[in-house]
Design a protein around this ligand. Structure first.
Ligand code: MG
Length: 374
């Protein structure tokens, strides 16, 4: 902790409920530990990233994704002398609110909520709702009672309407200021991790090929470097080396561009960060390369027919579960029925469905709709 830069966040604005400071770990270290022990964190193991969890044992899940995000975040934080405990806490919590079946689950639940009550569903806000309200494990408070800084980092984006309801936490969206460097880093580490692990998983699944990937400039450069250096390398080991090199190259760019940015913008203290432009960013050419890669993945992986078919099926499951629970609250577990008076029917149903793992959602669907199971 003594080796941090002057612009790193080292103190907290506090927790919603006051607690004595921890004796042997930092405030942000305590946040990280609480997140790891939460129920929502364990559920991430059985939630889809891109591939449905039971399609194969080696694809990323939300849990392994979150661990990779935290690894990248921590490494870059150490290189930039930022507060790695805070970065790690934000990274580990950033996807806690994800529905089953990845983004398609979220989009469908959002549609259902809009139609039913005019409110939406957004995984980012749901992550905050989990750490602020839904976890039930402490005697003195609901949620995990995390620090302001971890909560600020979890809330990556937010509508103006919602920001107005969030007090201090929402003010940066109203004033158009930046979050801490640690929060900025966690955000970019998320994107960095999924871009490359999706390349890795896509190659493993055989949905994309190295030949196709060569159309993306950053891949072409690294691949030709590797083929010159190791002419005999091929197959899985080439693909793994490639992904490793891509991640390294991108991380180096991020560290070097951010170091320059800190100097250029004269960032000395954490307060200097709020009014500046985003500081933790890539160089211009790298930003373009990342955009090209994203475009490639959207077209060739996320919209591939085999992925789209599963998306179709998953969206149907989420929609039909939502309709069933809303039409008959007696189908909800008693512990959720009890929350209807305080949270409202639709929000309770959204909390229940979004908390499901992929396989739990399949089981619930089969229980309610599959005749063979009677
Ligand atoms: Mg993520």
């Amino acid at each position: 902790m003594n080796n941090l830069a002057s612009y790193a966040l080292t103190t907290t604005r506090g927790r919603l409920i006051y607690e004595e400071p921890p004796k042997y770990r930092s405030e942000f270290g305590r946040d990280r530990d609480r997140i790891i022990h939460s129920t929502a964190f364990r559920r991430l193991e059985y939630k889809t990233q891109v591939f449905i969890n039971h399609e194969g044992d080696l694809f990323r899940t939300r849990l392994t994704h979150s661990l990779e995000v935290a690894q990248i975040g921590r490494s870059v934080a150490n290189a930039l002398k930022l507060n790695a405990d805070l970065v790690e806490a934000i990274c580990l919590a950033h996807d806690l609110g994800h529905t089953p079946f990845g983004h398609v689950g979220q989009d469908e639940l959002n549609r259902c909520m809009h139609k039913a009550c005019g409110e939406g569903f957004e995984h980012n806000l749901q992550s905050l709702r989990i750490v602020d309200k839904l976890e039930e494990r402490y005697a003195q408070f609901d949620g995990l009672n995390l620090t302001f800084e971890t909560r600020e980092g979890i809330l990556k984006h937010c509508s103006i309407k919602t920001a107005k309801t969030l007090g201090d936490l929402g003010s940066r969206f109203l004033n158009d200021t930046q979050p801490s460097l640690e929060a900025q880093l966690a955000n970019i580490a998320d994107e960095l991790a999924y871009n490359f692990h999706d390349v890795d998983d896509g190659l493993r699944a055989g949905i994309i090929t190295l030949e196709q990937l060569k159309k993306v400039s950053i891949v072409a450069e690294e691949l030709s470097y590797l083929q010159k250096k190791y002419p005999a390398l091929n197959g899985r080991r080439l693909h793994k080396e490639l992904v490793r090199h891509l991640i390294n190259k991108t991380i180096y760019d991020l560290i070097e561009a951010t170091t320059l940015n800190l100097k250029k913008n004269n960032i000395i203290t954490p307060q200097d960060v709020y009014k500046a432009l985003p500081i933790v960013i890539y160089t211009e050419p790298m930003m373009q390369k990342q955009k090209d890669l994203k475009k490639f993945l959207l077209k060739n992986l996320y919209k591939h027919s085999s992925v789209m078919q599963l998306r179709f099926k998953s969206a149907n499951i989420v929609r039909r579960l939502f309709e069933a629970f809303v039409s008959d609250t007696g189908l909800l577990p008693e512990s959720y029925q009890e929350k209807i008076p305080s949270s409202g029917l639709h929000r309770v149903v959204a909390d229940y469905i979004s908390g499901m793992t992929d396989r739990y959602a399949f089981r619930q669907y089969n229980r309610l709709f599959t005749v063979e199971n009677i």
